[in-house]
Ligand binder design. Structure first.
Ligand SMILES: Nc1ncnc2c1ncn2[C@@H]1O[C@H](COP(=O)(O)OP(=O)(O)OP(=O)(O)O)[C@@H](O)[C@H]1O
Ligand SMILES: [Mg+2]
Length: 593
């Protein structure tokens, strides 16, 4: 996150953008305004009540006054009740309407953020720790509630109160009121200073919060590694540091806030003292009755609470704006490039790499160098080679998880960037090297996403083809067994077989299998291999495997080393070549015999 520039112009822009999200809530804005108007009008009414009471008591004809007051005995208490009733209704109306606006805003922003998540390029997920993203989705959006509801609530409620009270003061004695007005810039200056400090601090707190969730989410996901490799101490101290930083920032913020309040109050007290001092000067208060005087001082005193709250508004706003800014930065990350116009209904599946080079980021070194490969439609390409050579990278270029940096990559003689992204991907089935299982039933995992409409028979067929049916049958609820977050209730091989069933069910013309059977024993692998062989027969397949026995039948085998193709040919040709492939083959042959 970048440091926020403290320009009010950018703040206004951010606020404006937030307000645009509340466009649908204008009715609640009006209701809330009416509510707070009721509330704000009742404060001067209270001051006025004070005036009536004092003036009746103080009237020269004391006898009369007592008589008047006796008549008013029910009137004044009823007035008090009435005032507080209206005030209460106003608070309820204003507060609840505001809460509706704020919570709807958070809802809208969360949904927009989650939808954005699915449009981001893969590279974004490697850069940004997932804890940071989650904290944006939860913590930052909550802070925006603080900004929008809380701040607007204060501005409306306390702002209207200040206006009401000040109008009452002007009406009672305008000269004294104008003097009171002179104090306001001094208060403003102090508030401004404090708000600058808040801005810096609240930014640090957000970063600190992100750090806390990062460490925690890693420790949760990696709890096994943490235990075995004695990472407890390390993780604990990492979390301790992150939390400590958070604590320090939080306390600094509280200190500034706590200092802010008494200072502002003291300034108000000074103003009051000065006013009383002035008011005691006969020329200024000559035509004031005692009731006027008491009501005026009362109103001025009542001003201090709303004024103080108004001064806190900036800090609340700053907090919310800092959160909103980081949210908007996220929403503004460029989407995956999807400029292609070609609709890829059903591709034949001819894939050609021409001098393709690739680096994961402009700064990092090239991972692929001048790759030339052609896979005719319906044929099988196997990629083999040592770990880290670039096999998965080549496979990931085809569904455009990443875009090539040089050369050309075509499917059916069109650059893959010419296709609409969704259309291109609908033609590809993929079994990842890192199997992903969602927290749902086995059925939901096989018939995932676009496959949701699959019939029961189709799902069972796919599960059988993937050699998964035998274990699914034995699960407590069969296909409807819930498998836990990331499939924790399944073994590695079972997870792989579910992923394969998913790919089989998709029945797409291009199939990518990245170490799809690596977690299986040779018997299960052989059983699956038959299914895969028949699956591969009429579709273009990219198969990546360390176990060479699984790819011997491939039409083309390419050996990848350090981002380059060092050998290519069929199994027989490559063995005859007596190079890298035959070496790898001999090694595995020896290990297995
Ligand atoms: N997301 C990424 N960002 C940056 N570099 C990456 C990323 N993924 C892989 N690399 C780098 O690219 C190179 C090739 O990785 P790749 O995953 O393609 O290898 P591989 O041949 O599939 O290896 P394995 O057989 O172990 O799966 C490696 O040096 C790796 O460090
Ligand atoms: Mg790989």
């Amino acid at each position: 996150m970048k440091e926020r520039k403290p320009t009010s112009a950018s703040d206004i822009k951010i606020y404006g953008r937030l307000l645009r999200y509340t466009k649908g809530s204008w009715l609640y804005f009006i209701l809330s305004f009416i509510g707070y108007l009721m509330y704000g009008a009742m404060e001067p009414a209270l001051a006025y009540l004070l005036q009536i009471v004092v003036d009746t008591l103080e009237s020269p004809e004391l006898e009369n006054a007592r008589a008047n007051l006796a008549e008013d005995r029910t009137f004044i208490p009823l007035l008090i009740l009435g005032i507080f009733f209206i005030r209460g209704v106003g608070t309820l109306l204003g507060g609840y309407s505001m809460a509706i606006i704020g919570n709807r805003l958070v809802f809208d922003i969360r949904v927009a953020m989650f939808n954005k998540l699915n449009l981001l390029p893969s590279s974004y997920f490697h850069k940004e720790p997932s804890g940071r993203l989650l904290s944006k989705l939860t913590f930052n959006t909550e802070q925006v509630i603080g900004s929008v509801t809380h701040a607007i609530r204060i501005i409306l409620r306390e702002g209207l109160t200040v206006i009401g009270l000040f109008a009452f003061m002007l009406y009672t004695n305008w000269r004294l009121s104008l003097f009171f007005l002179l104090i306001v810039p001094v208060i403003g200056f102090i508030v401004n200073y404090a708000s600058k400090r808040f801005r810096k601090l609240s930014h640090r707190i957000q970063n600190a919060m992100g750090g806390v969730t990062d460490v925690a989410s890693e420790a949760i996901k990696g709890h096994e590694v943490v235990k075995i490799f004695g990472g407890k101490q390390y993780e604990q101290s990492r979390f301790y540091e992150a939390s400590k930083f958070n604590l320090r920032s939080q306390l600094k913020m509280e200190l500034t806030k706590s200092l802010n309040v008494p200072i502002v109050q003291f300034i108000v007290a000074m103003a009051m003292a000065a006013i009383i001092w002035l008011a005691l000067e006969p020329t200024i208060s000559s035509n004031m009755t005692a009731g006027h005087f008491v009501a005026f001082i009362g109103a001025a005193g009542m001003l201090s609470k709303p004024m103080r709250q108004l001064t806190e508004v900036t800090s609340i706003l700053q907090k919310g704006l800092a959160a909103a800014q980081s949210i908007f930065e996220f929403l503004d990350v460029p989407n995956e490039a999807d400029t292609g116009k070609l609709k890829a209904q059903t591709l034949a599946g001819k894939i050609a790499f021409n001098n393709v080079s690739f680096a994961y980021s402009p700064e990092s070194k090239q991972v692929l160098n001048n790759i030339n490969l052609e896979v005719p439609a319906g044929k099988t390409l196997a990629l083999v080679g040592r770990s880290g050579g670039g096999k998965s990278t080549i496979a990931n270029l085809i569904p455009r998880f990443y875009d090539i940096t040089q050369g050309s990559l075509t499917i059916d003689n069109h650059a893959i960037t010419d296709y609409e992204l969704d259309g291109l991907r609908s033609n590809i089935a993929l079994v990842n090297q890192h199997i992903v299982i969602f927290n749902g039933s086995v059925r939901e995992n096989i018939a995932y996403g676009g496959l949701q409409g699959a019939t029961h028979e189709e799902v069972v067929f796919a599960a059988k083809a993937a050699n998964a049916w035998s274990f699914i049958e034995k699960l407590p609820h069969g296909l409807d067994t819930v498998v836990g977050e990331n499939g924790t209730l399944l073994s590695g091989g079972q997870r792989q077989r579910i992923a394969i069933a998913r790919a089989i069910l998709k029945n797409a013309p291009i199939l990518i299998l990245d170490e799809a059977t690596s977690a299986l024993d040779s018997e299960s692998e052989r059983a699956i291999q038959q299914a895969l062989d028949s699956l591969m027969r009429d579709r273009t397949t990219i198969a990546i495997a360390h176990r060479l026995s699984t790819i011997e039948k491939a039409d083309i085998i390419a050996v990848i080393e350090q981002g380059q193709i060092v050998e290519r040919g069929t199994h027989v040709e490559l063995l005859a070549l007596n190079g890298v492939y035959s070496q790898l083959h001999q090694q595995q042959f020896r290990e297995n015999s």
